[in-house]
Design a protein. Structure first.
Length: 287
């Protein structure tokens, strides 16, 4: 036993407490057993110290950890913004959370046989023309993407920030979707890509009878619209002062005074029995 104590003192002098120091923690029993094995082989093992549960970190290390955590959380938030797309019509059938209303005043009921339905991922209407499919939820700032296809005399529109009363084309915003054959006398602002009757698209890139893709961004007063990968609208609504007429001849508020928050919706005004088709519609809420 005295030989073992002397060997312990020689193998681990750092464990001997000095004056004013706390005693070192006792060595585990395995160390003694292993030392006996090693002694028989002529090897002096290095003692294994038990880990302390009272580890302390220096101030610079703590600051570094907080900085890393902050970067990680910021990255998570950024990823959420990049992947926060929500499908508007995730299931087949009559869309949940949407209501059908009259085309000229969404506070009024639609024609009795107007129905919107999703089938195989494609939204379309059935029955009488002259209606809006309006989302019950309100939005302010958001991005919206979808594909649409019209018939030869197709006419539709996308309601943006519209109230649930009045005509979305004049009391909110309407991004037009209309084949030129629907109305050969239509102004540029009344064709696909126009902010109805107010702002014509920069260029006309609509593809008749084919699938077309809209990408819409509304951030505060800034409206950007891409059609088939071409930027066709990039306007500051707060600078738009043009006053246009309603269908009954009354003046309409300029775009700068239109709501900054409201509902989205899809219109059906196609003729000759054709109906607008919508697919791959999704939204990313930014406010």
């Amino acid at each position: 036993m005295e030989e073992l104590d002397a060997s312990l003192q020689q193998a681990a002098p750092e464990l001997r407490p000095g004056r004013g120091q706390r005693s070192a923690p006792s060595l585990p029993f395995e160390w003694f057993r292993e030392r006996g094995d090693h002694r028989r082989r002529g090897i002096t093992p290095r003692p294994r110290l038990p880990l302390s549960s009272n580890l302390s970190l220096s101030r610079p290390v703590r600051i570094l950890i907080f900085l890393v955590l902050g970067l990680v959380l910021t990255g998570c938030h950024s990823t959420k913004n990049q992947t926060g797309w929500v499908p508007l019509f995730p299931k087949d059938g009559v869309p949940a959370g949407w209501v059908v209303r009259a085309w000229d005043d969404v506070s009024k009921p639609s024609p009795t046989n107007s129905v919107w339905r999703v089938e195989n991922g494609v939204l379309t209407s059935e029955g009488a023309r002259g209606c809006w499919l309006m989302e019950e939820q309100e939005f302010g700032d958001f991005e919206l993407q979808f594909e649409f296809r019209l018939g030869a005399r197709g006419n539709s529109g996308l309601a943006l920030r519209a109230p649930m009363a009045g005509d979305p084309a004049f009391d909110g915003l309407e991004l037009q979707m209309a084949d030129y054959r629907y109305n050969p006398e239509a102004k540029d602002s009344e064709l696909t890509g126009g902010i109805y009757r107010v702002v014509a698209p920069r260029q006309q890139v609509y593809r008749p009878l084919e699938w077309n893709r809209y990408e819409v961004s509304l951030m505060g007063s800034r409206l950007k619209v891409t059609l088939n990968d071409h930027l066709i609208q990039d306007i500051d609504l707060s600078t738009q002062t043009v006053v246009v007429k309603r269908h009954d001849g009354r003046d309409v508020l300029p775009l700068k005074d239109r709501p900054r928050r409201g509902h989205i919706g899809f219109q059906e005004l196609s003729r000759d029995g054709s109906h607008v088709e919508i697919r791959n519609a999704r939204i990313r809420i930014l406010d």
